[in-house]
Design a protein around this ligand. Sequence first.
Ligand SMILES: Nc1nc2c(ncn2[C@@H]2O[C@H](COP(=O)(O)OP(=O)(O)O)[C@@H](O)[C@H]2O)c(=O)[nH]1
Ligand SMILES: Nc1ncnc2c1ncn2[C@@H]1O[C@H](COP(=O)(O)OP(=O)(O)O)[C@@H](O)[C@H]1O
Length: 209
Amino acid sequence: MVSDFLLLIVSSPSGAGKTTLCNRLRAEFPDLRFSVSHTTRKPRPNEVDGREYHFIDKDAFDLMIGEHAFAEWAPVHGNSYGTSVAEIEIAKREARGVLFDIDYQGARQIKARMPEAASVFILPPSLAELERRLRGRGTEDEPTTLRRLRAAKGEIEHYGFFDYVIVNDDLERAYDQLRAVVFAERCRRGRHALLCEQMLAEGKVGAST
Ligand SMILES: Nc1nc2c(ncn2[C@@H]2O[C@H](COP(=O)(O)OP(=O)(O)O)[C@@H](O)[C@H]2O)c(=O)[nH]1
Ligand SMILES: Nc1ncnc2c1ncn2[C@@H]1O[C@H](COP(=O)(O)OP(=O)(O)O)[C@@H](O)[C@H]1O
């Protein structure tokens, strides 16, 4: 039986808009806890340790791998990124679901571990628009920007793995679609099996009167 706990994976090529969309989800659904990943990437000026990521060095990351502290991890754009087992456990204790902003390699590992997870791929309307957005964000130097743009097709290649694909052309429309996924996933039959079974186990309606 599937529990009421929602596992939601959001992936996209760099610059497609998943952070923007995930931030809106976090604001609207505070009971969906954002999984703060560990990364060896350096923080951007607007990022805070423990909020966007736990920023750690390669030695500390490797130590966590050795200790089996990650539910999944992967090399992405020349750095290591991973979701700790602890993040998922905290969410299970404190929230009604967990939101993962992870790449397709991580998505695959989370699905293998927890097949009930729902996965969403955010697609930019075009590669040219992806480049405009990534450059417009202004967070990466030129070699890093090029590396991410070159990786985009390799990521889009895996769209077939995901349960849902949302084209992030108009932001409002894309966000509406993402929140619709949350509502739809929360209506999955398996999540309501307990309530159905409880009603079926009750005595005949009207028997008590
Ligand atoms: N497998 C995996 N990927 C992650 C994790 N955290 C972030 N990522 C992915 O790493 C990639 C780079 O993330 P980031 O450096 O924040 O750049 P951005 O996607 O341009 O905002 C994105 O595809 C993220 O979804 C994680 O814990 N595991
Ligand atoms: N639908 C959209 N239309 C125009 N710009 C967008 C849209 N969605 C996101 N952006 C902008 O594109 C840039 C990349 O978005 P971001 O959320 O950082 O992407 P990602 O997390 O996938 O790398 C940001 O500057 C963001 O404001």
